[in-house]
Design a protein around this ligand. Structure first.
Ligand SMILES: Cc1cc2nc3c(=O)[nH]c(=O)nc-3n(C[C@H](O)[C@H](O)[C@H](O)COP(=O)(O)O)c2cc1C
Length: 179
């Protein structure tokens, strides 16, 4: 079973990447890869660029990573209630690959976290409504509010209530995938 994780952020200190890595640790008996969006940086999507230069190879490379996995673990950074520009750009380019649904009908555990009390609830709602139309089979969603109060780099999620909530979601994902 191959697990592919990524954070919707290009920050080198991304709290969403920390959350993805933490959740990935619950799948340690499987092959886990966590992508860095910085490795998929492309020119800002424009119809003119697509017409003149085509779709960048990095968009195909990102799509291939998705195609090779059995489960996606995603945590989105919230910028002004929406996707980060770094994520949106990759999303847009991959969505332009002919005959492709971005997330390739793969199951996805969809999350968001932010330092604020809403824990990226807006971007989570946005993605929850949209990603199924891009071929994501969202198995569950999880929001971690007030990241710096609820997460410790060494211990992971320190709030018992939030930890139990997440663990129960991870359990159902595993049951669903029979892993
Ligand atoms: C331009 C910008 C807009 C932001 N807008 C929001 C927002 O709407 N809601 C929110 O909870 N946090 C917002 N934040 C704070 C981010 O949640 C915070 O920077 C977080 O660390 C981003 O996740 P990351 O560390 O994974 O990149 C914003 C940050 C930036 C730089």
């Amino acid at each position: 079973m191959k697990i592919l994780g990524f954070a919707g952020s290009n920050s080198s200190e991304s709290i969403n990447r920390k959350l993805v890595r933490y959740v990935s640790s619950y799948f340690s008996e499987h092959e886990v890869e966590v992508l860095d969006l910085n490795d998929y940086e492309m020119p800002i999507y424009s119809m003119d660029r697509e017409r003149d230069d085509g779709i960048p190879l990095l968009a195909y490379a990102f799509a291939q990573k998705i195609d090779e996995c059995d489960l996606l673990i995603v945590s989105l950074a919230e910028n002004n209630s929406a996707y980060s520009a770094a994520f949106k750009n990759i999303f847009d380019w991959v969505s332009r690959i002919p005959q492709r649904k971005v997330f390739g009908e793969k199951p996805m555990l969809l999350m968001a976290t932010s330092p604020g009390p809403r824990g990226g609830a807006s971007v989570l709602e946005l993605a929850k409504a949209r990603f199924p139309r891009n071929g994501a089979e969202i198995t569950d969603t999880f929001s971690l509010p007030a990241f710096y109060e609820n997460f410790d780099d060494a211990k992971g999620i320190v709030s018992i209530e939030l930890r139990l909530q997440l663990e129960s979601k991870i359990k159902s994902v595993k049951e669903r995938l029979q892993i």
